[in-house]
Design a protein around this ligand. Structure first.
Ligand SMILES: *Cc1c(COP(=O)(O)O)cnc(C)c1O
Length: 390
């Protein structure tokens, strides 16, 4: 079998991501029976550590959030939330600022839910006044939005958006449920779900947590659980209550990817006990700031996201109008030859931007175990390739 020819690339894309050697090796820890006592040895600390990363450490605060591991990935966690808490007579509003907001909408639509969408242009963040007007017009029972839109690098302050949603709901006498997709940012930024009044938060392991893919993570409060009890046809693998029951016993509803659980055991321990959660968050801010400073030195490169919404886990940059999709692909291939996997922008979005005669984008992933030193090296090489194009 010839795997020698698989090149060893450093991934600077936005997921899956670069996996550090110790985390790769953790996948080689002994396999285990997921109904055996070996399971709890791994899953209990993983759940406890993930709760700490999510800021719902029960020792320090009386937060009533459950956290469950779901076989699959982020989409599975998102679909579980939709299938479990949107009832037949509910209306859900999905607020989309890009491809992943659209994914949320498609999940709700294909689950047969009564769903409407509020869409913003690529590169824009949620305009709270527009959201307010839409909510007053449509009076939804639930609202879902994206914490960190991976296609555009737009990050939201979830406390601000969620509290606004709750306040507007009160204006039409509804205690609106808030769902958040945090797939590409969980582990890179401080979460205050209780303060933000978020009811369900969905995420995954192969982005800022930096293990392989294979497990979705869903975090939900008591209120969401009570709501789910009155929702029909939650499905089997998409039933939040079944996942909650399993998680209470440090179990996973159906057979998980045990290699990823082993990786999570090592990775979450490392983040919580060796690196430090706050230090991890600070590192991502530093990498975001560094990338934005770096971009200023390159002629006509601009952040795609508005100033107060620039993601800490990835940076999306608007490139000069003269750059075509082929140019970005050329940069990508040149960097591949140097051992890097570069991100030439979100494919579908760049194609649409090209058709409209607008500037294209490229992205720099700086999530997970990527360090500032690695990022500096990469950006230096990226700059050389950009300049070579001119
Ligand atoms: C990657 C991503 C998803 C999809 O997650 P999968 O783990 O690939 O299923 C959803 N939302 C956002 C914001 C993402 O970045």
């Amino acid at each position: 079998m010839d795997t020698e020819e698989f090149p060893k690339l450093k991934l600077f894309i936005t997921g899956p991501i670069y996996i550090a050697d110790d985390i790769k090796k953790a996948a080689l820890l002994p396999e285990f029976g997921h109904r055996d006592k070996e399971n709890e040895k791994r899953v209990k600390p993983v759940i406890e550590n993930l709760k700490k990363i999510a800021g719902i450490d029960e020792e320090n605060n009386n937060s009533k959030y459950d956290l469950a591991l779901i076989p699959g990935s982020g989409s599975n966690a998102m679909e579980t939330s939709i299938r479990s808490i949107v009832a037949d007579n509910d209306k859900i509003l999905i607020v989309s600022v890009g491809a992943f907001g659209d994914l949320y909408y498609n999940i709700a639509k294909s689950s047969g839910k009564n769903v409407i969408k509020l869409k913003f242009n690529p590169g824009e963040a949620i305009d709270l006044d527009v959201l307010k007007a839409k909510m007053l017009e449509e009076k939804p029972d639930l609202v879902a939005f994206t914490h960190n839109e991976t296609s555009t690098g737009v990050m939201h302050d979830i406390t601000e958006v969620s509290n606004l949603i709750k306040d507007i709901g009160k204006e039409y006498d509804k205690d609106v449920y808030v769902l958040v997709d945090g797939v590409s940012i969980f582990g890179a930024i401080k979460l205050e779900l209780e303060k933000a009044k978020v009811d369900v938060y969905s995420t995954a392991t192969q982005k800022a947590i930096a293990t392989d893919a294979g497990i979705g993570i869903i975090i939900f409060n008591e209120r969401a659980k009570l709501k789910a009890e009155n929702v029909a046809n939650r499905g089997y693998v998409t039933d939040m209550l079944a996942h909650a029951k399993s998680a209470a016993n440090y179990q996973i509803l159906s057979t998980p990817n045990c290699s990823v659980i082993n990786q999570l055991y090592v990775q979450t321990n490392k983040v919580v006990n060796d690196i430090g959660i706050e230090e991890r968050f600070a590192k991502h801010k530093e990498m975001r700031n560094y990338t934005l400073e770096w971009a200023k030195q390159i002629q006509d490169f601009e952040p795609f996201a508005p100033e107060n919404n620039q993601s800490v886990s990835l940076t999306c940059l608007k490139v000069p109008l003269k750059y075509k999709i082929e140019d970005l692909k050329k940069i990508k291939e040149n960097l591949r030859a140097k051992g890097y996997l570069m991100d030439p922008g979100y494919g579908k979005m760049n194609k649409a931007l090209a058709e409209e005669g607008k500037n294209l984008t490229l992205r720099v992933g700086h999530m997970g175990d990527i360090t500032l030193v690695m990022l500096k090296e990469y950006l230096e090489e990226l700059k050389i390739e950009i300049e070579a194009l001119d």
